[in-house]
Design a protein around this ligand. Structure first.
Ligand code: FE2
Length: 398
C-alpha cells in the first residue's frame, strides 16, 4: 500500500489512516459509457485538453469493448464503448446517452473493500476479479450506488501499482500506450485541470435521504453540508442537496433531488432525459489558475453558461464584505471570462459551468478554483439557476 498523496490534495491526510475503513486512497478513474469512444476521446482531448494516453481495443486483445484512457493532472477518464449489442454499454447508451458509469476508487484491498461494502448493505455489480499478466495484477470489484452509477474498488500490484500508474505507467491489463495528434498541442497549451474536486448525483424525488444514508453506512462518508429548497430556488424551480464527504480531502459527492416549484426543476429535466434514472449531473475539475484554465477552454470552444452583466455589479462588494479583503484575481478578467465568485468563512472560490457536453441536457462540467473556501458557491446558486432556466426554456423544458 502506497502512502503517496494525491497531487492536488496535498493538505489531505492519507485516507487509510483517517478512519475510512474502506481505505479509499484516490479516485482511480471515472469511466464513461459512450456511443463511440474513439470520437469521444478526440472531443475530451480537443475541448478539455486531456492527453489520449492508453487504449484497449481489438488491436490489444479487448474483444468486447473499446476503452480510451485520458489523463490530465491527477484526473483519469476512461471512455468505454461496446463492440457488440450485448455489452452493457450498448444498452445504457441507448437508454441514457453518453454519461458517467463508474466512479472507481483505488484501495489497498479491493476484495476486502467490496466484502465490507456488501456486508453493510451494498448491492454487488461485479464480484472480485483479478487480472494478471507479465506487468502485474489488478483486482477489481464493484457495487451499485445511485441509479446507473457504480463504484469500483481497485487494488493494484506490480507494474500496475498506483504510483506507477499515476506517473503514466500501465493502467490496466489490455491497455497499451497510444498517442493522438492532439497530445503535442495539449502539452504545449495546457488547460491546467488538476483533480476531480467533486461530482454531483441527481436522484428522484424522495431519494436524496436514502442515498445519503447509503453513503454514510456503506462508504463511511459524512454529511458535509445541507442545502434546502430555500437555498436553491428561483421564482420558478427548486432543488435540495446534501453534500457527502469521503473525508481526508479525497472527494465530495453532493446528492440533488428535485423540489416543488412553479415550473420544472433542473433535476427533473435531467431525469426526463435519463430514462427517469439517477446519474451523475456534473463533474467538477479543480484548477489552481481559473483565469488561465477558463481562457484556454474558451479558446478551445467549450460553451459555458452565461451570466448577466448585473451579476458583476454586486458580486465584488458581497464577496469582499464576507472575506474582509478583495478577490486577488483581476476583476475585469473574471468578468470577461464569465467566471463566478463566492466566499465562505474560510476563503473564496472561482467557478464556472459548461453547457451540457452531449445533446441530452444531462452531464455538464464545472471548473472550480479554491482559495481557501471548501464550499460550493451558495451565493451563486440563484444567479446560476436563473441562467440554467434560460437554457431550459430554450430547450422547451421549463
Ligand atoms: Fe458543483
Amino acid at each position: 500500500m502506497t502512502t503517496t498523496l494525491p497531487l492536488s490534495r496535498s493538505s489531505a491526510a492519507c485516507c487509510c489512516c483517517a478512519g475510512d475503513s474502506l481505505a479509499l486512497h484516490d479516485v482511480d478513474h471515472v469511466r464513461f459509457f459512450v456511443g463511440n469512444a474513439k470520437q469521444s476521446a478526440h472531443y475530451w482531448a480537443s475541448a478539455f485538453g486531456f492527453q489520449v494516453a492508453q487504449v484497449a481495443d481489438l488491436t490489444t486483445g479487448s474483444r468486447e469493448e473499446a476503452s480510451y484512457l485520458l489523463t490530465q493532472g491527477n484526473i483519469r477518464l476512461v471512455l468505454t464503448s461496446a463492440l457488440g449489442g450485448s455489452h452493457p454499454a450498448a444498452h445504457e447508451v441507448e437508454r441514457f446517452g453518453d454519461g458517467v458509469k463508474d466512479v472507481a476508487f483505488t484501495v489497498r484491498d479491493a476484495k476486502h473493500a467490496f466484502q465490507l461494502a456488501v456486508a453493510r448493505g451494498a448491492t454487488p455489480t461485479q464480484e472480485p476479479t483479478t487480472a494478471t499478466d507479465d506487468t502485474g495484477s489488478v483486482t477489481t470489484a464493484s457495487v451499485k450506488t445511485f441509479g446507473r452509477v457504480v463504484h469500483t474498488f481497485i487494488s493494484r500490484g506490480g507494474g500496475y501499482a498506483y504510483d506507477r500508474m499515476r506517473a503514466g505507467g500501465p493502467f490496466l491489463p489490455k491497455f497499451q500506450a497510444t498517442t493522438s495528434a492532439l497530445n503535442h498541442h495539449n502539452a504545449k497549451h495546457p488547460v491546467g485541470l488538476l483533480c476531480v474536486d467533486h461530482l454531483v448525483g441527481n436522484v428522484r424525488l424522495g431519494e436524496m435521504n436514502p442515498t445519503v444514508a447509503w453513503y454514510e453506512k456503506v462508504m463511511g462518508f459524512n454529511l458535509f453540508k445541507h442545502f434546502d429548497d430555500k437555498d436553491i430556488s428561483t421564482e420558478y424551480s427548486a432543488l435540495m442537496s446534501k453534500v457527502m464527504d469521503s473525508g481526508a480531502g479525497l472527494i465530495k459527492i453532493p446528492i440533488n433531488e428535485p423540489a416543488e416549484g412553479r415550473r420544472k426543476s433542473q433535476v427533473q429535466e435531467y431525469l426526463d432525459f435519463h430514462d427517469q434514472t439517477p446519474g451523475v449531473q456534473h463533474l467538477a475539475f479543480r484548477t489552481d489558475d481559473a483565469l488561465q484554465t477558463v481562457a484556454e477552454l474558451h479558446r478551445r470552444g467549450v460553451e459555458f453558461l452565461h451570466l448577466p452583466d448585473e451579476y458583476y455589479e454586486s458580486v465584488w462588494a458581497r464577496v469582499a464584505k464576507q472575506l474582509g479583503h478583495e478577490v486577488r484575481e483581476d476583476h475585469e478578467a473574471i468578468h470577461k471570462l464569465g467566471i463566478l465568485v463566492d466566499a465562505d468563512d474560510k476563503g473564496y472560490l472561482l467557478q464556472i459551468f459548461t453547457k451540457p457536453v452531449q445533446d441530452r441536457p444531462t452531464l455538464f462540467i464545472e471548473i472550480i478554483c479554491r482559495r481557501g473556501s471548501d464550499s460550493f458557491g451558495k451565493g451563486n446558486f440563484r444567479a446560476l439557476f436563473e441562467s440554467l432556466e434560460l437554457e431550459q426554456q430554450r430547450r422547451g423544458n421549463l
